[in-house]
Ligand binder design. Structure first.
Ligand SMILES: NC(=O)c1ccc[n+]([C@@H]2O[C@H](COP(=O)([O-])OP(=O)(O)OC[C@H]3O[C@@H](n4cnc5c(N)ncnc54)[C@H](O)[C@@H]3O)[C@@H](O)[C@H]2O)c1
Length: 247
């Protein structure tokens, strides 16, 4: 049993998830990383070792599909037993499908919404059943919740739904003393961005001055999860270097 802040990060083996985990590790948190990637892989052990070296009080990495409700419940119960209590949930897990709407199959829509929105909703439910007052949730949405580009309709819809879910959860979380906020990153230099067919084809061009780092997102998540943000809930905060606001 540890007395540190208990923090759950989904998508914790991805670029932004790892940066978020590093932020909380430096604060001495006890971390549960949930990721669809195989947690037994050497990469997962490397990430855990890095987090322990940064100061994490404990690190658990579990291979888990965020849309798999029983698996999520089991992992959260394990973390609660190991850490004593849960204080912060950060929903980072996400995926993209690049297809025109005319070619999207029903299962494309369902999978995208399951991973990017329903998974976060399930974990918020777990948090509301288990967390004490003072806890908080941060959802990593995207600027695509507000403005978007071709070929990513399910992703944009799921991220907009995640922002709406954030507002609803903040209302229900208020009497529980649990805050819920969302961050909307712009272009962040990660594997997911580099794999984008829109970027590769040149259909979407990003000025290097508008390219953020995973740490930029992690710092905002850290702020929203801190006592400095104790009066902030139900908000969706953009971190895009000003790209979306320009004419
Ligand atoms: N990179 C960007 O420019 C950018 C911009 C805005 C928002 N985002 C969002 O930030 C989040 C992280 O993105 P990233 O760029 O670090 O990408 P990434 O691909 O490095 O990380 C995503 C992680 O989520 C995990 N994941 C995918 N499906 C999962 C599932 N069903 N269950 C559990 N884990 C699952 C992946 O294994 C991966 O480790 C995503 O939600 C993404 O939509 C990214």
């Amino acid at each position: 049993m540890v007395s540190a802040r208990g923090v759950i990060v989904t998508g914790g083996l991805g670029d932004i998830g790892r940066a978020v985990a590093r932020h909380f590790a430096r604060e001495g948190a006890a971390l549960l990383l949930l990721d669809a990637r195989d947690a037994a892989a050497p990469e997962a052990e490397q990430v855990a070792a890095e987090l322990r070296a940064l100061g994490a009080a404990a690190v658990l990495v579990r291979c888990c599909d965020v849309a798999d409700a029983p698996a999520i419940a089991a992992a959260v119960a394990e973390a609660e037993a190991a850490f004593g209590a849960l204080h912060v949930v950060v929903n980072v897990a996400g995926m993209m499908i690049y297809k025109p709407i005319a070619e999207l199959a029903p299962e494309d829509w369902r999978r995208l919404l399951d991973v990017n929105m329903v998974g976060a909703a399930l974990l918020i439910g777990e948090a509301f059943r288990r967390m004490r007052a003072g806890g908080c949730v941060v959802n990593v949405a995207s600027v695509h919740a507000r403005r978007t580009s071709p070929l990513v309709a399910p992703y944009a819809a799921a991220k907009a739904a995640l922002v709406s879910l954030t507002r609803s959860a903040a209302i229900e979380g208020k009497p529980l003393g649990i805050r819920v906020n969302a961050v909307l990153p712009g272009a962040i230099d990660t594997a997911m961005l580099r794999a984008s067919p829109n970027i590769r084809s040149g259909a979407e061009v990003i000025d290097p001055a508008d390219l953020g780092q995973p740490e930029d997102v992690a710092a905002l998540v850290g702020f929203l999860a801190s006592d400095a943000a104790q009066f902030v809930t139900g908000e969706d905060v953009v971190a895009d270097g000003g790209r979306m606001g320009r004419l």
